[in-house]
Design a protein around this ligand. Structure first.
Ligand SMILES: [Zn+2]
Length: 233
């Protein structure tokens, strides 16, 4: 699943740099004929329900329950995941969430996008999306093992899989919001993509640098999620 994030990160950077909307670029991370339904705008912790289908609302709330879960002492059960969500939620920007339909065939398991408006007085729109169908179908096997040995979603149940994927996307968002150098990496890669560069090595190097912090956060989040599923927890 980690190898597919290049598609949507290209869109992420484009939105940041171009400011103005470009439907062609924003649709690029969506396969032909597949639409991702906009679920909500506003805070992730206060999503209006009138724009959600019943099943989508149920799925999203179940993910948030995991993200925001606290133990008897009032401490987050998944602190790394909780902290990413808190950082994004308190960033002062508008947050939007998207979920795919269960049978959607998007090319990426998740996406994030920062849409910076031309007027500095307006809030940046942070879009975080998950492809639930692809996450459901994802296999946790040796074939999906990353170079560092980590196998995404291994041993996790349905909802925890979603939470891990969300954590990965939130980690990207935090990096984009807080790291000028990180944004520069995305900018550089987007420039290559825009001119259809065939410099595979350079694109790969940039992609690796962009994914590294998100994947590191994802491993930490996976450990938390896996631990919370263990008996007697
Ligand atoms: Zn990623």
């Amino acid at each position: 699943m980690g190898t597919r994030h290049g598609v949507w990160l290209a869109a992420t950077f484009f939105a940041i740099m171009s400011i103005s909307s470009n439907t062609g670029a924003q649709e690029a991370d969506r396969p032909n004929g597949t639409r991702v339904k906009a679920l909500s705008s506003g805070k992730m912790t206060g999503i209006p329900t009138d724009r959600l289908t019943k099943s989508q609302l149920k799925a999203w709330e179940s993910i948030l329950e995991i993200v925001l879960a606290k133990n008897r002492e009032g401490h987050p059960v998944h602190p790394a995941l909780y902290e990413r969500q808190r950082q994004v939620d308190t960033s002062g920007h508008e947050i939007q969430a998207e979920l795919s339909t269960p049978r959607a065939t998007m090319r990426a398991v998740g996406l994030c996008r920062l849409e910076v408006p031309p007027e500095s007085t307006r809030k940046t729109v942070i879009l975080v999306g998950l492809n639930l169908g692809m996450i459901d179908r994802a296999l946790a096997s040796g074939r999906s093992r990353r170079a560092d040995g980590f196998i995404p979603i291994a041993g996790l149940s349905k909802k925890e899989r979603y939470a891990e994927a969300l954590g990965h996307e939130l980690a990207h968002v935090v990096q984009l919001l807080t790291g000028p150098d990180y944004r520069s990496l995305c900018q550089e890669r987007q420039a290559l993509a825009d001119r259809r560069s065939q410099d595979v090595q350079c694109i790969g190097r940039l992609t690796s640098s962009i994914e590294k912090p998100a994947e590191a956060a994802e491993i930490e989040i996976w450990r938390e999620l896996a631990a919370s599923l263990e008996p007697n927890m």
